[in-house]
Design a protein around this ligand. Structure first.
Ligand code: NDP
Ligand code: A1CAB
Length: 271
């Protein structure tokens, strides 16, 4: 499966995370290429991972067996239409898109009836602790197996039965690293006000988050049960958690995740 040449069109944050995961999982760097409209990110990727790079999307697509579209959704139509004009044979290759919001029908308008997997990874893929949601269109079983292999180094892969579930994955795992970073940022700020240095505060908060997540993954207990184990009757945790509940944490999270889904649905209509 490592024989397929994979070209990323767009070499930004998410392409870097997936490329890092592939290389660390043993995918041959000689079979990976990144194309970008400007050079700096390509130089960094070549230096860090030893992959091929190109300033030409068409050259990368011609070289590849599998084309990964990794530009922002707002750029996608131009990139796809230009690709088809410059390298029409690309339309016969397997496509993977990382973009939020854009449904299969949009790609079919721009590129024709392509074989496509919509993938929704997240940034912890960089450290092999990510989650990638995957939705296939017109793909063979071999192509699905290949894409699963490609993303296996990102962490966990989840195949979806219905296309609209991609928007749910965005809310649950694609965008959610930012929710956790925001929570940790707020905790760090308070720790600094209490007198800890910025470095100490960041390390303590991140270590506690890692410990809590690791416990949850290794335990049969629910999140609520694990929370109860920390919460002594009449103790400090009860006061802290009650304060969060009174402030409406659950509805805050519900609203935030729904806002991500709504935005993904709006993007499909506006692009
Ligand atoms: N970030 C995340 O957590 C996630 C992002 N995604 C999706 O991944 C995609 C990329 O997002 P992200 O990596 O964050 O965005 P970035 O802005 O970091 O990367 C986009 C890259 O595309 C390049 N680019 C823009 N136009 C062209 C073009 N015409 N030809 C070639 N390259 C071009 C940009 O080049 P330049 O350096 O010159 O600006 C940039 O490097 C988006 O569609 C997003 O929805 C999906 C899951 C999670
Ligand atoms: O914010 C975004 O639109 C992208 C998709 C999921 C994470 N980042």
């Amino acid at each position: 499966m490592n024989d397929n040449r994979v070209a990323f069109i767009g070499a930004g944050n998410m392409a870097r995370c997936v490329i890092a995961a592939m290389v660390k999982a043993g995918y041959p760097k000689d079979n990976i290429m990144a194309a970008n409209r400007s050079e700096p990110k390509l130089l960094a990727l070549a230096a860090d991972f030893g992959i091929h790079t190109s300033l030409s999307n068409a050259d990368a697509a011609t070289w590849a067996d599998v084309i990964v579209l990794a530009v922002k959704p707002q750029m996608m139509q131009d990139v796809c239409q230009q690709l088809l004009a410059d390298a029409p044979e690309a339309a016969d290759k397997l496509f993977v898109t990382l973009a939020a919001g854009l449904p299969v029908t949009h790609y079919e308008q721009w590129l024709g009836p392509i074989r496509l997997v919509r993938a929704m990874p997240n940034t912890p893929s960089l450290v092999a602790l990510g989650v990638t949601g995957l939705y296939p269109s017109r793909c063979s079983n071999y192509e699905k197996a290949f894409v699963d292999h490609m993303f296996s180094g990102t962490g966990m892969t989840v195949w979806l039965e219905e296309e609209h579930e991609i928007n749910h994955i965005i809310a649950v795992t694609g965008s959610s690293p930012a929710y956790f970073f925001y929570f940790m940022q707020a905790m760090q700020q308070k720790a600094e006000q209490l007198g800890f240095s910025s470095e100490q505060a960041k390390a303590m908060v991140a270590q506690t988050a890692l410990g809590a997540a690791t416990m949850a993954l290794q335990s049969e207990h629910s999140f609520a049960e694990l929370r109860a184990q920390v919460t002594s009757k009449g103790g400090t945790t009860h006061e802290a958690v009650s304060s969060l509940a009174t402030a409406g944490l659950e509805s805050i999270i519900d609203n935030a995740m729904q806002a991500a889904i709504n935005r993904a649905e709006d993007m499909a209509k506006s692009i």
